[in-house]
Design a protein around this ligand. Structure first.
Ligand SMILES: CC(C)[C@H](C(=O)O)[C@@H](O)C(=O)O
Ligand code: SF4
Length: 774
């Protein structure tokens, strides 16, 4: 039947469509957000914006905050408060600012004295805050992790954090559907980390741009939830906005008994499971991009270069620029080998290491630690390993690992056993590499300077990192007799998807209980007016040429500058490691922005694709803006960066026509001005001749030209949001997260008071009796 296919939906289509509050003619959609995770790095400016506008957090019950990036992983035995515990002043200020904000805005917060503190992407699932079919956001690119539950989970910038806090919605557009199907079976010793590294090697770091990836196939089905999280976590390294796995019995089994999941076996649980079971792609649904892989082609995989697409099986040798056809890849390979201090043709297994890091939101869960412990048990780390550390993803994981004796196995082998946090994944805390140190790391990014200025990162699975620590070199874990693939799931349990009607009196009472006073969190100043942004109509100025591909946001603004609680003042740090000598801080004369006339550039013209990939840090556009650059022209952009620029009144212009881009680059290289005319959508040379037309999204153009800010516009939709929320309360009542909040309310003169302190109770009762092992 012609046209019949149009009704067939993918998992992504279903979850997305279930959250549409409003759709404009140009396809701009107001999307409802069910779950918002907040951490200290990307929230201060958002809360500040909220305070300045006199706005409240619309749904504190759907918001969960913790500290993870800046905190030391040192023992907390003597912990009193963050003020005395966090030594580094900027880090301390960021942590204290979050604590201030959660108090002022009444949010649930897991602080350093709470076992439930940990990396946002670990604690959300652990608590059952992340649920199938939900929309989940966080000012953090690895929010994609939560897609393992069949939720639509993606990272956002700080302006969007403010938008969600104020409105519980986001303005967005539909993404494309991409299917990555891995069939067959995995070889022993191959884990989901190897699978995802392999996938990124195949599709490239821009392969998923504009897409949501659905991971499917027999290999994905056979993975545990923790293994699926590791995969979805790195969707962002494949350029995708999100990764998803359809929920199944493995998912439901994982969620049983989680504090914030519906109570197991209750009517609500059954209703939820019934809905969750419907969340799978329709047979025959069409995907915009399809990738089919066979599990047997995947070997234990490691990265050799400075991009997550630079991966090879551990049996391989360091490549040469000549191995690549694409000019950008040749150039990147050459740079990467220099940076990594590697010679083409060297067997990967001959590469000697200095440090080993087992942790991060990719691989710091219990199964990861168990797999690594199995490898190191009874052995000692090699003499050349200066430091090997294990950093559990949360306090609860740490406790459980200790109960299983894993800490002892690690410390006996010579590893450090640390407290939960992001740690050496990006080194915003004291855990960093020294210049030129080489590290085997279970994290997700191997960008230049990621783990410390001039540090060299090799990404791999936990058991591989453990084996590397013992041997002192990159190692094939399969050479270790005890190595096993611990990420294979246990036998599936069966859950009866029996439906029970929920509309009993007590259910309704509970539904009506949120929000308790019926409108405590609606914004009072919702007139739709806002401070607004400077208008962008035309921009004429010097354009700086940059011949690089895959410029990541770590390169645009490195982690040490993310500790600010302001949006301004980052211009001097822009492209820090390209711009300054990291040994003595002097300017590197070869870098374009250190040359005349480019010190005054207003436009950046990039020749390589995928500009702004990696982290969601809005500090990247803030740094460009502070330097004076308001417009970036490139063949393509990473999704989050692209969004973030618009929110700051900047214009990113994708120019895919190579000839046109070359002409623009030539003008830039000649040191001439160019003119970007947004109203007429053309780029002109200094004499006013048209060089190239460009496309821009209608709604975004409208906002830029008129200097409109999104929050004000969205607040005009208040009644539609309320209607959506009412429907949500009736259809999916388990999403009204009253569990923590209710227990916090104080009868303080009738006012609703929520304490920003460790939460004493959960849905299941007193936290003291909370079982740690799930
Ligand atoms: C700090 C945050 C913005 C960042 C991200 O978005 O990924 C961080 O988690 C990272 O891994 O670089
Ligand atoms: S990628 Fe690293 S820094 Fe970013 S959230 Fe995960 S653990 Fe933290």
């Amino acid at each position: 039947m012609p046209g019949a296919d149009k009704k067939l939906k993918t998992l992504y289509d279903k979850v997305f469509e279930d959250h549409i509050v409003n759709e404009q003619d140009d396809g701009t959609i107001l999307l409802y957000i069910d779950r918002h995770l907040v951490h200290e790095v990307t929230s201060p400016q958002a809360f500040e914006g909220l305070s300045n506008a006199g706005r409240k957090v619309r749904r504190p019950d759907c918001t969960l905050a913790t500290v993870d990036h800046n905190i030391p992983t040192a023992p907390r035995k003597n912990f009193k408060n963050v003020e005395t515990f966090v030594e580094e002043a900027d880090s301390r200020l960021q942590c204290m600012t979050l604590e201030e904000n959660v108090k002022n805005f009444g949010l649930t917060y897991f602080g350093l004295d709470d076992d439930r503190q940990g990396i946002v992407h670990v604690i959300g699932p652990e608590q059952g805050f992340t649920l199938p079919g939900t929309t989940v956001v966080c000012g953090d690119s690895h929010t994609s992790t939560h897609g393992a539950f069949g939720s639509l989970a993606f990272g956002i910038g700080t302006s969007e954090v403010e938008h969600v806090l104020a409105t519980q919605t986001l303005l967005t557009k539909r993404s494309k559907n991409m299917r990555v199907q891995v069939d067959g079976e995995l070889h022993p010793g191959v884990t989901s980390k190897d699978v995802v590294l392999h996938i990124i090697g195949v599709i490239g770091t821009a392969g998923g741009t504009g897409c949501v990836i659905e991971f499917c196939g027999s290999v994905i089905r056979s993975l545990t939830m923790e293994a699926r999280m590791s995969m979805c976590n790195m969707s962002i390294e494949g350029g995708a906005r999100a990764g998803m796995v359809a929920p199944d019995e493995v998912t439901f089994e994982y969620l049983k008994g989680r504090p914030l999941a519906p109570k197991y076996d209750s009517a609500e649980w059954k209703k939820a499971v019934n809905y969750w079971t419907s969340l799978r792609s329709d047979e025959g649904a069409k995907y915009d991009i399809d990738v089919f892989l066979d599990g047997k082609d995947i070997l234990p995989t490691v990265s050799w270069g400075t991009s997550p697409q630079d991966v090879l099986p551990i049996t391989g040798v360091v490549p040469s620029p000549d191995d690549f056809e694409d000019e950008n890849r040749k150039l990147s390979c050459k740079r990467a080998l220099e940076y990594m201090g590697l010679t083409s043709g060297t067997p990967l297994k001959d590469i000697e290491l200095d440090k080993v890091f087992i942790g991060s939101c990719t691989n710091s869960r219990l199964e990861d630690l168990r797999a690594a412990a199995k490898v190191v048990e009874g052995k000692k780390i090699a003499a050349n390993i200066k430091r090997a550390m294990v950093v559990p993803g949360s306090g609860l994981i740490k406790k459980q690992a200790e109960a299983e004796g894993l800490d002892k196995i690690f410390t006996d082998a010579g590893f450090e056993w640390r407290e939960a946090g992001c740690s050496m994944c990006l080194g915003m805390n004291p855990d960093i590499l020294s210049p030129r140190e080489r590290c085997a790391s279970t994290s997700n990014r191997n960008f230049e300077g990621r783990q410390g200025a001039l540090g060299r990162t090799h990404l791999m699975a936990p058991a591989m990192a453990a084996a590397a620590a013992i041997v002192g070199k990159l190692t094939d874990v399969r050479d270790f007799a005890q190595a096993t693939s611990s990420s294979r799931k246990a036998a599936p349990i069966s859950i009866q998807p029996e439906i029970e009607e929920l509309d009993t009196e007590s259910d309704l009472e509970r539904i009506l209980d949120v929000p308790e006073d019926n409108e405590p969190h609606a914004n009072t100043k919702s007139s739709g007016t806002s401070a607004g942004l400077p208008k962008f109509t035309t921009l004429k100025g010097i354009a700086a040429p940059m011949n690089r591909a895959n410029v990541d946001t770590d390169a645009i603004i490195p982690k040490q500058f993310l500790k600010t609680i302001k949006r301004t003042g980052l211009g001097t740090a822009l492209f820090h490691q390209f711009r300054y000598n990291s040994d003595n801080g002097s300017e590197l004369p070869d870098f374009v922005l250190n040359q005349e006339p480019y010190r005054n550039a207003k436009i950046l013209v990039v020749s390589g694709p995928n500009f702004g990939c990696g982290s969601s840090r809005e500090h990247a556009p803030w740094a460009l803006l502070d330097f004076g650059i308001k417009c970036v022209i490139a063949p393509s952009f990473a999704d989050i960066f692209f969004n973030n620029t618009f929110k700051n009144g900047m214009l990113p212009i994708p120019i895919s026509d190579e000839a046109a881009l070359q002409k623009i680059t030539a003008e830039a290289a000649a040191g001439k001005e160019i003119e970007v005319d947004l109203v007429n959508q053309v780029i002109r040379d200094a004499d006013g001749n048209t060089i190239a037309p460009f496309e821009v999204d209608e709604f975004r153009k409208h906002c830029l030209v008129n200097g409109l800010d999104d929050i004000g516009l969205t607040l005009q939709m208040e009644s539609k949001i309320r209607v959506f929320e009412t429907k949500r309360s009736i259809e999916t009542p388990w999403l009204d997260g009253s569990g923590y909040l209710k227990k916090h309310r104080r009868g303080n003169g009738g006012a609703t008071k929520v304490e920003a302190a460790p939460v004493p109770k959960t849905n299941r009762g007193d936290v003291k009796n909370e079982p740690l092992e799930w």
